[in-house]
Design a protein around this ligand. Structure first.
Ligand code: PLP
Length: 361
């Protein structure tokens, strides 16, 4: 069978070693004669899985002890509602940086609960799409928090700077970039990420929240989205997505074995350099994001002749390079190259691209 590399933006490729291990222990987990997804989330066996996953996640991101880690349901979109519900307090507004599709979606949801101050940071640099640097963001003093999305999965645009806004509560949607590079967690009030890109299977959402932000939820917030309730119940206020939690735990172990987030950072840089290099060295392929804001996780690119899009997708699929179709709002192609994508996968893609150009250019 052809080696398959899956460039899906999410649910995305998982490390093959993790899948093999899960496969091996699927029906007889730890000698119990049953799978891990069939045991109680309150059993001592599952609690051990849950605790190990949390500890490994904390180690990987160097999460300070004054932060809680919550294993939630509802994806990142549930957090679009949970954030204002938990953090507004008495304030009427919050600052929302609009840099792309997902940041904008968070604003639309927040509008149900407050009057978000939309700060549009989209700009152009040498004719390419770019985002204003943080020092140019016009934040408001009376905003309860500032929300931004460091990596826009659809637009392929990223903010690599880390926030430095004094006492401001900074909230970041890290869904498509978490654990792809080291971050300084202490600069954030809340970090959240749907698991299905850089962590594990869909169905699990990780929330990292600073202790002093707990206990401020509005009355309307469903208990299942109330950070304090979740923290007090160790993310088991209701039945958590146990299988996704277990599998994410295996991914965290894999990451540690691979050298952790610092090592991922290097490999991710090498993968992105390789792919952007091929795009930039050709007039057949195009990426229209300014170098400083290019995403290392999601690389959208267009073919000079859009009439070849279908041929490219058909032939790449034949070559074992899956899910390269761009998002419907952008078109063209998109290669998502999260942690689980090995350098060899990006090499295979770039070789295919060069050969495709030779044959069709
Ligand atoms: N935020 C970002 C950056 C995303 O990439 C996505 C999904 O692709 C979402 C939010 C929405 O995530 P979910 O489908 O888990 O609600």
């Amino acid at each position: 069978m052809t080696q398959v590399y899956n460039f899906s933006s999410g649910p995305a490729m998982l490390p093959v070693e993790v899948l093999r291990r899960a496969e091996q222990e699927l029906t007889n987990w730890h000698g119990l004669g049953t799978s891990v997804m069939e045991i109680s989330h309150r059993s001592k066996e599952f609690i051990a899985v849950a605790e190990a996953a949390e500890q490994d996640f904390r180690d990987l991101l160097k999460i300070p002890s004054n932060y809680k880690v919550l294993f939630c349901h509802g994806g990142a979109r549930a957090q679009f509602a949970a954030i204002p519900g938990n953090l507004l307090g008495d304030a009427k507004s919050a600052d929302y940086i609009d840099g792309g599709y997902w940041a904008h979606s968070a604003i639309k949801e927040a509008e149900k609960y407050c009057s978000p101050n939309t700060i549009d940071v989209k700009t152009t640099l040498d004719g390419k799409r770019a985002l204003l640097p943080m020092r140019e963001w016009q934040l408001n003093d009376d905003a309860a928090y500032v929300h931004f999305c460091p990596n826009e999965t659809i637009d392929g645009i990223a903010i690599d700077e880390e926030p430095d806004f004094g006492d401001k509560v900074v909230v970041a949607d890290l869904s498509s970039t978490i654990m792809s590079r080291p971050i300084d967690v202490s600069r954030y009030g809340v970090i959240y990420a749907g698991a299905q890109k850089n962590i594990g299977p869909a169905g699990l959402t990780l929330v990292v929240v600073r202790d002093d932000l707990l206990g401020k939820a509005q009355r309307y917030v469903p208990s299942i989205l109330d950070y304090k309730v979740l923290a007090e119940n160790e993310s088991m206020f209701n039945t958590p997505p146990t299988f996704a939690w277990y599998l994410s735990g295996l991914v965290f172990k894999w990451l540690k074995e691979k050298g952790g987030v610092a090592e991922m950072d290097k490999v991710n840089q090498a993968k992105a350099d390789l792919l952007y290099g091929v795009i930039d060295n050709s007039s057949f392929y195009r990426n229209d994001v300014a170098a400083a804001n290019r995403s290392r996780m999601n690389v959208p690119f267009q073919l000079a002749d859009a009439a070849l899009d279908k041929v490219f997708l058909d032939e790449s699929l034949q070559a074992g390079l899956h899910a390269l179709k761009g998002h419907r709002v952008v078109g063209g192609m998109r290669a998502s190259i999260y942690n689980a994508m090995p350098l060899e996968g990006v090499k295979a893609l770039t070789e295919f691209m060069i050969d495709f150009e030779r044959r069709h250019g």
